[in-house]
Design a protein around this ligand. Structure first.
Ligand SMILES: Nc1nc2c(ncn2[C@@H]2O[C@H](COP(=O)(O)OP(=O)(O)O)[C@@H](O)[C@H]2O)c(=O)[nH]1
Ligand SMILES: [Mg+2]
Length: 207
């Protein structure tokens, strides 16, 4: 089982980015097997999962809405993973955390629980337009999310000017060794799907 943890502050585009990733997972698998992806949703958000797509592609969605999986619901997350393994045995699990979660802590707990056997990756979304303001008020959380990420998506570049994007990129690159990508999860900015496919393939290659 591979686990992709999608984190990032509220409204940065986690659910929006989950969809192209889910599509590229199906694409990378040749569009065939219908039970290969399970989604665990830990945050009620503005944008919901596009169930027309996920149900059509046979995804299983589990909702854990009464706490955060990095703290109060850590045990429930392990339970859900075990249950999914038993019922669905998915090739992939995509976990969307709450905006306040520290996804690296979740990844570490899961690695311990599964004796390092789970292929786990952390992807963090950043809203390039709100980064400089948000870092003044929740900087410690944002820095921790980004520092330990394998991938950072600088999202909503369709709304940003090149100077803003460059300055956020510099901040992020100073913080993390993870790969940094500029994307737009919901607009026609080209390249987002290709980057998602690249990440999917890279995670597969770590098996
Ligand atoms: N313009 C623009 N809006 C975006 C982009 N990605 C997400 N959004 C919007 O930002 C809001 C929050 O997105 P959502 O995926 O719900 O964020 P989450 O709370 O992190 O899951 C929604 O209104 C999205 O439509 C983007 O790349 N460009
Ligand atoms: Mg969301």
């Amino acid at each position: 089982m591979r686990l992709l943890i999608l984190g990032g502050f509220l409204g940065t585009g986690k659910t929006s980015v989950l969809m192209p990733i889910a599509r590229e997972i199906v694409e990378a698998a040749g569009g065939g097997d219908k039970t290969r992806v399970a989604i665990i949703e830990n945050e009620i958000g503005q944008v919901g999962i596009d169930t027309a797509f996920t149900e059509g592609a046979g995804f299983t969605t589990t909702e854990l809405f009464n706490g955060c999986v990095c703290c109060t619901l850590a045990a429930s997350l392990m339970d859900s993973l075990c249950q999914l393994e038993k019922d669905v045995n998915p090739e992939w699990v995509i976990l969307e955390t709450t905006g306040l979660a520290r996804p690296h802590d979740i990844a570490e707990s899961i690695k311990r629980y599964y004796d390092e056997q789970m292929n786990t990756a952390v992807c963090i979304t950043v809203d390039v337009n709100r980064w400089s303001r948000l870092k003044k008020v929740v900087g410690e959380l944002l820095f921790e999310q980004v520092t330990n990420a394998d991938y950072v998506f600088l999202n909503k570049i369709d709304l940003a000017d090149p100077e803003t994007i460059a300055s956020v990129r510099k901040d992020i690159e100073d913080l993390t060794k993870g790969k940094v990508y500029e994307i737009s999860a919901v607009s026609d900015v080209p390249g987002t799907e290709k980057l998602c496919l690249e990440i999917v393939k890279e995670i597969i290659s770590r098996d």
